[in-house]
Design a protein around this ligand. Structure first.
Ligand code: AMP
Ligand code: ZN
Ligand code: ZN
Length: 409
């Protein structure tokens, strides 16, 4: 029998126990929430791991998911594709049609080397994944993901930096890990981060060169360091990691170079967007037919009137896309001026049917199947995939969750 004078002690014990349970419940429900960390290594071609020694990616393939290739959007360039991965939208719908273009709707030029334009929100349409997350109460962070330097719906990721290619990759990696070590209330559940290799070396030396292979193997070793650091985190078991890229890389040579100015008078042109090997060109009105027939007569390139671009390329429905879309055939270079030196090495931007343009996609963590291989996926489906893992209501997008749901547990 409990003595009367013991009742307050008993009540206090019960209350203490209940509060304790409740706290545990809160802690548990908070700490059970998944994390998604997505890394993009620029220009990491789908088959680099087959041609080089990549033990860390090979390990991730065994414990997680690997798709044969990740298919980029056309044009297979850096900014259009990073922003497609972030929004689930084709470039014709998110507005970043090239790395550099004239935005006819705004009367302004966009260029990735112009800080002002890169951080100007008026160029960007659609809702990037970090905004979807922030709007729904999930903290996000970006270490140099394309588009995260501009406000979208008045939001930035909670943590972000302005791009600075000189920041060592190791520092970026440590920065990501530091975010994951923050106290729960401050910790981001969605982190996107970026390294600009092996794109740089791929352009310079070409996709099959020993120097490129060396960089690929170094990047793989960083993946290994990252994997080990994630494994040591208190929240390791809740972390889902995606390792992907924006496009691949095709071998080019000086002998396979076409110069516009050998065929076309620059007086015919109002605007010229893009860079080797893909462009969109606005003709001065009276030269529309001349420009089209001249472009059509050039060998080893493809030209389409804007309204005749094949539907599979999803590249016509935006006023920023000009009269003609022009792209060199695989392994050919298309340069504006013959005064410019021809390149050898590598490039990208070609039709996304060219498999050299395809990227890698690996993923592991509690949300993903183990030792699971699959055919190619489209990079516009990544937005829906991340929304599904983080339990977010997706914004309107061009992706299809059904295409990627088989990757998940
Ligand atoms: P690409 O011309 O398509 O090969 O573009 C790759 C280049 O984009 C790399 O050399 C990067 O340095 C650059 N880059 C990537 N992210 C950014 C950014 N946020 N701002 C400016 N340049 C960037
Ligand atoms: Zn790129
Ligand atoms: Zn590049």
């Amino acid at each position: 029998m409990i003595k009367k004078f013991m009742m307050p002690v008993l009540y206090a014990t019960i209350i203490f126990f209940l509060i304790g349970c409740n706290n545990n419940l809160i802690k548990e429900s908070k700490s059970n929430k998944p994390y998604v960390i997505m890394l993009s290594m620029d220009g990491f071609r789908w088959d680099y791991p087959e041609k080089t020694n990549t033990p860390n990616l090979d390990h991730i393939e065994k414990i997680g998911v690997r798709v044969e290739s990740c298919v980029p959007c056309f044009p297979t360039k850096t900014f259009p594709n990073h922003y497609s991965m972030a929004t689930g939208l084709y470039p014709e719908n998110h507005g970043l049609i090239f790395n550099r273009f004239y935005a006819t709707d705004l009367g302004k030029f966009y260029s990735i080397s112009n800080r002002e334009s890169v951080s100007d929100s008026s160029f960007y349409f659609g809702e990037p994944i970090w905004v979807t997350a922030e709007k729904q109460g999930i903290r996000s962070a970006s270490y140099f993901w394309v588009g995260s330097e501009a406000l979208h719906d008045n939001l930035f990721p909670t943590y972000h930096y302005d791009y600075n290619g000189a920041v060592p990759f190791e520092d970026r990696l440590d920065g990501v890990i530091k975010w994951l070590e923050l106290p729960e209330e401050e910790r981001p559940h969605l982190i996107l981060w970026y390294m600009q290799e092996p794109d740089g070396i791929g352009h310079y030396a070409g996709p099959n060169h020993p120097e490129t292979i060396e960089v690929i193997e170094y990047l793989d070793s960083l993946v290994g360091v990252f994997y080990n650091k994630v494994a040591e985190l208190e929240i390791a078991e809740q972390v889902n990691v995606i390792i992907t890229s924006d496009h691949g890389m095709g071998e080019i040579s000086e002998e396979r170079t076409i110069y516009f100015d050998n065929y076309i008078n620059k007086e015919w042109i109002e605007y010229l967007d893009g860079a080797n090997p893909a462009y969109s060109i606005e003709a001065k009105d009276k030269f529309y037919d001349t420009l089209y027939s001249t472009l059509s007569g050039i060998n080893n390139i493809h030209v389409w009137k804007k309204e005749e671009v094949p539907a599979r390329l999803h590249f016509s429905k935006n006023e920023r896309i000009k009269d003609f879309v022009v792209v060199a055939d695989s392994s050919w270079s298309l340069l504006v001026s013959s005064k410019k030196k021809a390149y050898s090495g590598g490039t990208h931007g070609y039709d996304n049917r060219n498999k050299d343009m395809h990227a890698i996609f690996y993923a592991y963590g509690p949300a993903f199947k183990e030792d699971y291989k699959r055919q190619s996926i489209n990079n516009i489906d990544i937005y829906s995939l991340i929304c599904e893992i983080l339990n977010l209501e997706p914004a309107k997008n061009d992706g299809e969750l059904a295409n990627v749901i088989p990757l998940l547990n």
